[in-house]
Design a protein around this ligand. Sequence first.
Ligand code: KG4
Ligand code: ZN
Length: 338
Amino acid sequence: MKVDANTLVLAIETSCDETAASLVLGGTDVVSSVVSSQIEIHARFGGVVPEVASRAHVEALPHVVDQAIAQAGVSPERIDAVAATMGPGLIGALLVGVAAAKSYALAWSVPFIGVNHLEAHLYAALLDDPDLEFPLLVTLVSGGHTMLIEMRGHGDYTILGRTIDDAAGEAFDKVARYLDLGYPGGPAVERTARAGSAAAINFPRGMLHDGLDFSFSGLKTAVINHVRANPDVDSADVAASFQEAVVDVLARKAERAATQIGARGLVLGGGVAANGPLRERFKQIADSLGVKCSLPSREMCTDNAAMIGAAAWYRLRSDGPMSFDTGAFPNLALPVAQ
Ligand code: KG4
Ligand code: ZN
């Protein structure tokens, strides 16, 4: 199959709590992108309930796909391939998207592509900046992952560091829950932090001088201990100081990794990359290193289907269509160089 600037991919994302569909042309041109969030459904439980998520995907997906096609103003015959996230994520939620994508692909007699959700987060930055030069240092910070990745080319990755316990987004979510700031945690902490001082409390920077891996569970415990010992402390100061500790450790390790690999650009990806102070700090590092800084728009940082369509186009070009026997893989890892 010829894969070029005219190849139109319908992409579907259902790995967690967003039901999303998008049409992406030529790997980087987002023709339409629809995201239906389940946040309100899960908010009263304080977190994502997997079984509820799967059912909500089943209900929402056909409408979200119809909307993405309608917004693009194309007829289904124009679509050249259908992609869906095949992992990592919640197994029931993934299966909804994979089964739907295969059904559309079979009905329209076009290829199916299963996409790695982590790889897709890396491609979110390329949607805005298709001409980024390799090697790139990608900092992938989401609810489930925290990784420093050397990207030498399309599909060519080495993981330089990762969290040994909680993911950065998980730390935001847990601290928000403890401080009763609302759900989802990251945006709630950022909002609350605006009224506080980042220098109010000197929270620990886990493993700061210890290689390129991360640890955030000690920070979470330090927040809890501080609030217990100082019940009258201002939540805004706690939120701002906690956020500063996360940003500081991510930024300093990313800077070290970028220098180590001679990166030509810094890229942020994943939901936590929507965080304002983190984005500011990465711009400063890139400036001081004299390299490009690529920050996906906030909508492209959190889960969406446009990034799935972008990654799918590159995979279709390098590996061709995937077998319809392919399933869903809740623990799928980023494909790294051997
Ligand atoms: O990438 P994502 O949408 O889903 C996963 O693949 O995990 O990331 C969700 C995570 C959540 O932990 C959420 O609290 C965090 O990203 N997040 C933020 C912000 N917006 C979302 N964390 C800090 N600041 C934000 N503004
Ligand atoms: Zn994600």
